[in-house]
Design a protein around this ligand. Structure first.
Ligand code: HEM
Length: 165
C-alpha cells in the first residue's frame, strides 16, 4: 500500500477512534452484537431476494411470474437492505475503525459490493423499460446470474473473514 495513503488511513482511524460516538460504541456492550444482528438480517433479506431474481433469470423457480415481475418485487428488498447494511457496517467501523478500514479483506469486500451492485443494476434496470429484455439472451443471462451469485457469496466470505486477517 502507498505509504502516504497508509499514513492518511491511520490518521482517519485514530480520529474516528477518538470521537464520542466511537467511544460510546466501544463502551456500550450491547451496541456491536445488536448491530451485527441487524447486519445479518439484512444480509438474509438481500441474499434471498438476489437468489429469487437470479434463479428466475436462468429459468428456475417462480415460473408462474415473468422475470420483470420477480425483479420488480425483489429488487425493492435489495435496495432497502443495502442502506441498512451500509449504516450498520458504518456503525461497526466506527466502533473499531482500524480493524476494518486497514484490513485488506475488508477493502476487497467493498470492491465486491460495488461490483455486485453494478451487476444487479445491469440485470434489473433494463427490465423496467422492456420486460422482455432478457428474452432470447439465455446465455448472457446465465453468465450474469453466475457472476452475480459469485460476487454476493464472495462478499459473505469476505465479511466473515475480516475477523481472521
Ligand atoms: C454496504 C456496505 C457494507 C459495509 C460498510 C460493511 C461492513 C462490515 C463490517 C465493518 C463488518 C464487521 C467485520 C468484523 O469486524 O469482523 C461486517 C461484517 C459482515 N458483513 Fe458487512 N458490510 C457491508 C455490506 C455487506 C453485504 C452487502 C454483505 C453480504 C451480502 C455483508 C456481509 C457481512 C458478513 C457475512 C459479515 C460477518 C458478520 C459476523 O460474522 O458477525 N456485508 N460488515
Amino acid at each position: 500500500m502507498n505509504p502516504t495513503f497508509k499514513q492518511m488511513l491511520n490518521s482517519v482511524c485514530v480520529w474516528i477512534d477518538s470521537t464520542a460516538l466511537s467511544q460510546f460504541i466501544q463502551n456500550a456492550a450491547w451496541v456491536v452484537p445488536t448491530v451485527q444482528i441487524v447486519h445479518i438480517l439484512a444480509i438474509a433479506a438481500l441474499m434471498a431476494s438476489m437468489l429469487m431474481i437470479n434463479l428466475r433469470l436462468v429459468g428456475m423457480g417462480a415460473r408462474d411470474q415473468t422475470l420483470a415481475q420477480v425483479s420488480s418485487r425483489f429488487s425493492r428488498v435489495i435496495w432497502w437492505a443495502l442502506p441498512v447494511l451500509l449504516l450498520t457496517g458504518a456503525i461497526l467501523i466506527t466502533g473499531e475503525p482500524a480493524r476494518s478500514l486497514k484490513n485488506n479483506i475488508f477493502q476487497l469486500k467493498m470492491l465486491l459490493v460495488i461490483g455486485a451492485i453494478l451487476v444487479t443494476l445491469y440485470c434489473t434496470v433494463p427490465l423496467k423499460k422492456n420486460a422482455a429484455h432478457w428474452d432470447g439472451r439465455a446465455g448472457l443471462g446465465k453468465l450474469v446470474a453466475l457472476v452475480s451469485v459469485c460476487l454476493w457469496v464472495g462478499i459473505i466470505f469476505a465479511g466473515r473473514w475480516i475477523a481472521y486477517f
